[in-house]
Design a protein around this ligand. Structure first.
Ligand code: FES
Ligand SMILES: [Fe+2]
Length: 361
């Protein structure tokens, strides 16, 4: 694998080499180099409200496939731990349940709700046993209001990843947002995961690809703000309708904000609209296949299907069609990289720079 390089100065820079999208080796390496070290969105606290509840989750199924277990203990505290038995590696909890301990059904090893080893049959003469290695490993996790994040070996604090979004949107009543499964869905897109992300990271294509979205937002005022591991695209409304009712202490007070589009490196998008939130989790499935999960959280149903947050399914199909085309293009022997628009592609440049930083380590 080559050392990837994208110049810090967008005016001088070329986009990341197409090897990143085409190479199976890069795809495999990105698991440990990028995805194990960053934060993933793994659900919300509505699924785990009662003490003693055990909720098995998998970090990025089909890619990272890391089994973790969310537990609400007897003191009502949330824990996140490995869902793999420390004896011979059985998956401990397969379905949501409520228990006062964790018991492996393979050979009966038991743990308390904090993952501490408690007891194991037929282990009387085993030396140096039990040790800490027999406890379930803790998985770093954190909660923003009701949204739960976890990471395998985080290279940054959760706050470094989502802190800017948390601060800017502290006025939202996130605890009242409700996941609406009927309005959530998965899309299979025939492209590399990074192509899907970089398309999201620029509004440059909106006037070309999305006519209905272009009619709702004022493209001239569309801005991108970059942070260390995240960025924000701010879309203002054309008509002054279907905008956020912002408090005076918001830095955006007085603006007609129709959407906050937050992206968290490497693969999560939080799109806030006056009606609620659409979380997009981009799941790599192969160098040419990506599963995109749209999770819809509703706050104010009366505002659904209006403004920038309307017709998301149509916008999604328009994006899919174009990135599937780009997927074919980046595999061409005649293409390796291109240049950036300093006015319109700072988000994509930021993303490529982060990929280089993580892949080259
Ligand atoms: S694998 Fe769990 S007790 Fe043997
Ligand atoms: Fe788009």
């Amino acid at each position: 694998m080559q050392n990837f390089f994208v110049d810090e100065d967008i005016r001088k820079a070329s986009t990341i080499s197409s090897e990143f999208y085409t190479s199976e080796t890069c795809f495999e390496l990105s698991k440990e180099k990028i995805f194990a070290k960053t934060w993933q969105f793994i659900g919300d606290t509505d699924e785990i409200r009662l003490s003693g509840q055990l909720v098995p989750q998998t970090i990025l199924p089909g890619f990272m496939d890391e089994p973790v277990l969310l537990v609400r203990d007897k003191d009502d505290k949330l824990n996140c731990m490995s869902n793999v038995c420390t004896h011979r590696g059985n998956i401990l909890v397969e379905n949501v349940c409520q228990e006062n301990q964790i018991r492996c059904r393979y050979h009966g090893r038991r743990f308390d709700l904090n993952g501490k080893f408690k007891q194991m049959p037929e282990f009387e003469n085993v030396e140096c046993f039990p040790t800490e290695k027999d406890d379930l490993q803790k998985v770093p996790f954190g909660v923003w209001s009701k949204l739960i994040f976890a990471s395998i070996k985080p290279e940054m604090q959760l706050e470094d990843a989502i802190g800017e979004m948390q601060k800017r949107l502290s006025f939202l009543r996130l605890a009242e947002y409700k996941l609406e499964p009927a309005r959530s869905r998965d899309y299979l897109v025939k492209c590399h995961w990074a192509l899907y992300c970089e398309n999201y990271l620029e509004g440059f294509h909106i006037p070309f690809i999305h006519n209905s979205l272009n009619a709702a937002i004022d493209y001239g005022t569309y801005t991108t703000e970059l942070y260390r591991y995240s960025n924000l695209q701010l879309a203002l409304s054309k008509g002054g309708e279907d905008v956020f009712d912002l408090p005076k202490d918001s830095p955006d007070f007085g603006k007609q904000v129709s959407a906050y589009y937050y992206w968290i490196f490497p693969n999560i998008m939080f799109n806030f609209y006056p009606w609620g939130l659409s979380v997009n989790v981009i799941r790599p499935m192969g160098t040419s296949l990506t599963k995109v999960s749209f999770l819809t959280y509703i706050y104010d149903e009366s505002k659904l299907d209006r403004g920038a947050g309307a017709g998301l399914d149509k916008v999604e199909r328009e994006d899919e069609a174009i990135v599937e085309n780009v997927q074919k293009g980046v595999r061409s022997r005649f293409y390796d990289s291109g240049r950036y628009s300093p006015a319109r592609e700072t988000g994509t440049h930021h993303f490529h720079r982060l990929i280089c930083e993580f892949m080259n380590k």
